[in-house]
Design a protein around this ligand. Structure first.
Ligand SMILES: O=C[C@H](O)[C@H](O)[C@H](O)COP(=O)(O)O
Length: 235
């Protein structure tokens, strides 16, 4: 295992060990780091005979829950969660996040908004002073397919930069999210942003479903470091 994967694992294990308690309803995030969190969760459930109900944030998360024989639920049965654990593409000094590198931002944000606490697990490369410093792929924005051109134009005219339609790698055409929508990656001009108002501006454009900007949602971040230690930051 390389140092970045070891860092992801260290962060995920620590978060699960510190935050997951018996009888929790737990949001399960998406991405590569969350795989280590679910592995650790399954270990603890077995060893400590815990009862944990899991609400997925994506098709991938659902599969992980099923593969690890964990209890699968949804927001209809469990609209209130004790905690959600998820990854991030970048975390700034105020714990504002860019999420959605894997296209799962909308369900992730819905699940996080239903949780008492959002706990982020990531490696040291995601830790930045200002968004855009480390993650160069922009802010993912999920859009209704028939609206992608007007949304693209509006973002570029009103906010500047480029809003690129995310294309699939092993299929001709765009990436289609778990909700049947497209993703625009907004490569924003380099300047300092009020992310709360920027997020609101984008969300007000007809056709936008959700953005990958998570503002004032994070309670704690566990960053796995290159030396195997874990750094913690909270608001
Ligand atoms: O859509 C994907 C999610 O927002 C992920 O949580 C995010 O991309 C981080 O993924 P990873 O843990 O693979 O870096």
């Amino acid at each position: 295992m390389g140092s970045v994967d070891a860092a992801k694992k260290a962060a995920a294990v620590k978060a699960v060990d510190e935050y997951v308690k018996n009888n929790f309803v737990l949001g399960i995030g998406s991405g590569s780091t969350i795989v280590y969190a679910v592995e650790r969760l399954a270990e603890r459930v077995k060893l400590e005979n815990l009862s944990i109900v899991c609400v997925p944030t994506s098709f991938q998360a659902r599969q992980l829950i099923i593969q690890h024989n964990l209890i699968l639920s949804d927001l209809e049965r469990n609209p209130k969660l004790d905690c959600a654990i998820d990854g991030a593409d970048e975390v700034d000094a105020k714990l504002t996040l860019i999420k959605g590198g894997g296209g799962c931002l909308t369900q992730e944000k819905i699940v996080a908004s239903c949780a008492k606490q959002l706990i982020i697990v990531c490696d040291f490369m995601k830790d930045s002073k200002a968004l855009g410093e480390k993650y160069k792929k922009g802010v993912p924005i999920e859009v209704i397919p028939m609206a992608f051109v007007p949304v693209q134009r509006k973002i570029e005219e009103d906010l500047g930069g480029k809003a690129e339609l995310r294309m699939a790698k092993q299929k001709a055409g765009p990436v289609v999210t778990d909700n049947g929508n497209f993703i625009l990656d907004w490569i924003f001009p380099e300047k300092s942003y009020d992310w709360e108002s920027t997020n609101t501006k984008i969300k007000m454009i007809p056709g936008v479903v959700e953005t990958g900007l998570f503002v004032n949602m994070t309670h704690k971040v566990f960053y796995g470091m290159a030396d195997g230690s874990v750094k913690e930051k909270s608001v």
